[in-house]
Design a protein around this ligand. Structure first.
Ligand code: SF4
Length: 338
């Protein structure tokens, strides 16, 4: 059922599908899921509203027919979803899925890495915002220690889920001092740290432009210590700008949605745990794909529904960001998995 890959209104194909398998998380990262908003009485999605594995698999099959080649499992924290290995196995078996990855805070990863690899997972990306517990715990806001995340990274490497990528959100006044510490810690290893500019995702993190540390400033700081040179992107839509150490010590990356937007090459769609398709990280609403899946529609109908959504897409929020757009009631990042 292969058809020509549809392009959106800006000529971009749908290549990456990010799937949030739960809106729950065991961290309360201040830039994503602040405790004040996601407190004890926060209403998470009821079970019946969440896509089951068969429904997710159907949507992935239909998306592959439209050109998707990379599937990333996210959350919230995806490893909170029970029996995730089974879903990994189902998606790894979908013909056309060339890259099956997972983004996790690694809090539950160490004991599960080899089972996930055995089920067919290819790689993991792990969030780690600092190397010192004081800063890391201030940012995850649940007192989770760095050592346990490093254990998760080691377990992932040992299970063959590497080279691991580490995502670090840099927020001025919180952890900009962690840049050199993290760069030094992972230099000379297979692990690449990607420093992410603090973004106005959702509508709960109190984002201010002043709290953004521009990617150029981060690169300059690392370059001053260990000279860097830029590396060309491997494919259209690669999110991080990559730099290698001139002395062969590996690479770093920066994700610069605020100061150097990359919407022109954005090939990502995001599926929430309750089956809404979002065509931009900063969208204010999604498209109810679950209704299509649960309407008795055929796989061809489902693919047509996805095609109609994608071909009508014109998102480029980061290129159009203003202090007004920042106030829009955007979907929470924890709901669509970054
Ligand atoms: S802002 Fe939206 S369109 Fe631009 S790169 Fe991010 S997700 Fe893609």
């Amino acid at each position: 059922m292969m058809t020509a890959a549809p392009l959106d209104l800006l000529g971009r194909p749908m290549h990456d599908l990010r799937i949030s398998v739960t809106d729950r998380c065991n961290f309360r990262c201040v830039y994503c899921m602040p405790k004040e908003v996601f407190g004890r009485d926060h209403a998470f999605l009821p079970r019946a509203e969440i896509l089951d594995f068969e429904e997710i698999e159907r949507i992935v099959r239909a998306s592959v027919a439209l050109g998707v080649r990379k599937v990333r499992l996210t959350g919230g924290e995806p490893l909170i979803r029970r029996n995730l290995d089974a879903l990994v196995g189902m998606l790894a078996a979908v013909d056309g899925v060339e890259d099956l990855t997972l983004t996790t805070n690694a809090s539950l990863l160490a004991p599960r890495a080899s089972a996930l690899a055995a089920a067919g997972l290819h790689r993991v990306t792990i969030s780690l915002d600092a190397l010192d517990d004081a800063t890391f715990q201030r940012m995850n806001d649940v007192g989770f220690p760095v050592a346990r995340v490093l254990e998760g990274i080691a377990a992932a490497e040992a299970a063959g889920l590497g080279p691991v990528k580490v995502n670090t959100v840099i927020q001025r006044g919180m952890n900009e001092h962690a840049v050199l510490a993290l760069a030094e810690h992972f230099r000379g290893t297979e692990t690449t740290v990607r420093f992410i500019e603090y973004m106005d995702v959702g509508h709960s993190n109190g984002w201010r432009l002043d709290d953004v540390v521009p990617a150029a400033e981060i690169v300059a700081a690392v370059d001053a210590r260990w000279p860097l040179e830029p590396v060309d992107a491997e494919y259209r839509g690669e999110v991080a700008r990559r730099y290698r150490y001139r002395d062969g010590g590996g690479e770093i990356g920066v994700i610069s949605s605020v100061t150097q937007p990359f919407c022109g090459d954005c090939t990502r769609a995001r599926l929430s745990a309750d089956g809404q398709l979002f065509t931009c990280l900063f969208a204010t609403s999604g498209h109810d794909v679950r209704a299509v899946v649960r309407s008795g529609a055929t796989d061809v109908d489902l693919a047509e529904a996805l095609r109609a959504i994608w071909t009508d897409r014109s998102d480029r929020y980061s290129e159009l960001r203003t202090l007004e757009t920042v106030k829009q009631p955007k979907v929470e990042m924890s709901f669509i998995g970054g």
